[in-house]
Design a protein. Sequence first.
Length: 238
Amino acid sequence: MAALALLVTALIAATVAFVSTDRPPSVSPRPVDQRPTLMLLTSLPIVFGEKFGLGETGSEVLDQLEARYRVKPISVADAAGLDGAKLLLAAHPNAQPAENLVLLDKWVRRGGRLLLLADPMLEWHSERPLGDPLRPSPGFADTGLLAHWGLRLDAPDTRGPARRTVAGHRVLVASPGRLVGRCPVDGDGLVARCAIGKGRVTIVADADFLDDRGVEGASSAGNFAWLAAELATLEAGP
């Protein structure tokens, strides 16, 4: 009986350990006076809902970000938007004019930290018709910036949800692309981390993981935790 009791106890402990490691990590909020500024450049309905209605108050990912940062949305990566900024989240941004890309590159090389979500096949559902300027682009509008940093973004071979493990986080993505080039990559090409001059850039070949509705209805809590971890790494990195 004693041996049986020990076996049952061991099985319960193993089950608890398995569940605990599979549980998505929580995102800890920061005190208001300790929240650094995060510039946010995006074409996705994160700050406002897709209809821009008075009853639409942002998104869950915005709530998560605002628990750790003073989020400052910008419409373009120009001198006014980047002046004084140290950390930028560019989540599937619209195409930027060439002069703004030059400014963004210089900003990074002077020490800026950028998390760029560059999705080559966006699966994010939109009620807006194709061709509507307010509808996010179906693919990341890369006009040479990634190549300038020594990277290539490939479209996915197959569509649909996929799981990746990045820096210990399990991430659920949708039709992710693949990054190849001179920068170290992680998650089967999902993430590239580059040292550019005095700055650092993390590029992710997916943006659908930010969708509040999740990928294929699955919880997005773990995805938000991973986003927070990537931003924290950029903050703390050399």
